[in-house]
Design a protein around this ligand. Structure first.
Ligand code: PLP
Ligand code: COI
Length: 339
């Protein structure tokens, strides 16, 4: 792969050699199939296309100094996909099929796993689609599970550098009892306008407030929000946030570092009290927050006074990456190997 500049990679799609597929037909899942075709041939009346009956996941594989390939917390992603299946009434995908398909997709595309030194990784995108022709609003009779991979660099082009976020009060990502807690495409469609607006205004992502009261911090673009003060890691509790596996891991690492951890409602005004804050997710890893503007209310919360990531963000970031790349012992059993 001599022609790929691994350390300059952004977060995008790159063609690899193979993808892995599995069909659900006649009430059961079939065998894993390997394809080198980047396209799928589906019926124009498939439920995924009209009614958003689909779900996806995002996880990463890392090449260690030892050359071995590690996947981070694959079982958590498999279980979350099962919750997404339930959430939009799709055939439940067994954890074993999820894990086997992801590992096979990584193995078959081994030459695309970036070298350790690059700091890049292989993004794994599992996708589950409702198929079968139908125009009534009801669950599909057939499903396609597909896993493709792409080598990636940082999601936000600034990487591990604090960037500004913006509260856009005119938009909600998900309703309090809606689909915010599962990973379905409709949530991202709902967030498309504020995402584009935020970018156009020079921000890296929109920071959503809770849809009902517009008082509490909710999701942070394609990532969870966390704030740090008084040696405490604080992350919002909400019925419309996707439970981030990165956030769950950071809560554990914060505890390991001797910090307190709180998962609770976070009032917007509390932003003024945080010593550090960040967005966290598989793609975003940790993106420290520079400043949060609330233009409709004429408020600004400056988080990073010197424009640099805070000490705790640094520590958490390095700790997480060290486990992912195999530089530190995997004491919590988060890593599985692709052999
Ligand atoms: N929130 C949203 C809306 C996301 O799309 C993601 C990305 O997956 C996350 C949070 C972070 O979740 P995770 O850490 O499991 O990748
Ligand atoms: C991820 O972090 O894996 C995501 O899915 C974020 C985004 C690219 C949708």
């Amino acid at each position: 792969m001599e022609n790929i500049n691994w350390s300059e990679l952004g977060f995008g799609y790159m063609k690899t050699d193979y993808n892995v597929r599995c069909y659900y037909r006649n009430g059961k899942w079939g065998e894993l199939e390997v394809s080198s075709d980047e396209h799928i041939n589906i019926h124009m009346a498939a439920t995924c296309l009209h009614y958003g009956q689909e779900a996806f996941e995002g996880l990463k594989a890392f090449r260690g100094k030892d050359g071995k390939i590690r996947i981070f917390r694959i079982e958590e992603n498999a279980k979350r996909m099962q919750r997404s299946c339930e959430g939009v009434v799709m055939a439940n995908l067994p954890v074993e099929i999820f894990e086997a398909a992801c590992k096979k997709a990584v193995k078959l595309n081994e030459r695309f796993v970036p070298p350790y030194e690059s700091g890049a990784s292989l993004y794994i995108r599992p996708l589950l689609l409702g198929l079968g022709e139908q125009v009534g609003v009801k669950p599909a009779p057939e499903y396609l599970f597909i896993v493709f991979v792409s080598p990636v660099g940082p999601y936000f082009k600034e990487g591990f550098k604090p960037t500004p976020m913006v509260i856009l009060r005119g938009y909600d990502r998900a309703a309090p009892l809606g689909t915010g807690t599962i990973k379905v495409g409709g949530n991202y469609a709902a967030g498309m306008i504020p995402t584009v607006k935020a970018h156009d205004m020079g921000y890296s992502a929109p920071l959503f407030l809770d849809a009902k009261e517009k008082k509490y911090i909710d999701e942070c673009g394609p990532a969870n929000f966390f704030g740090i003060k008084d040696n405490t890691y604080i992350t919002p509790e909400s019925s419309s946030i996707l439970p981030s596996i990165t956030n769950k891991s950071l809560m554990q690492l914060a505890e390991d570092l001797g910090m307190k951890v709180e998962r609770r409602k976070v009032l917007e005004e509390e932003l003024a009290t945080f010593e550090e804050a960040g967005a966290c997710g598989t793609a975003a890893v940790i993106s420290p927050i520079l400043r949060i503007d609330d233009p409709d209310e004429n408020r600004t919360y400056v988080i990073s006074k010197d424009g640099k990531p805070g000490k705790r963000c640094e520590e958490l970031y390095h700790k997480l990456r060290a486990i992912q790349y195999g530089d530190e012992p995997d004491v919590h059993n988060w890593v599985s190997f692709v052999e």
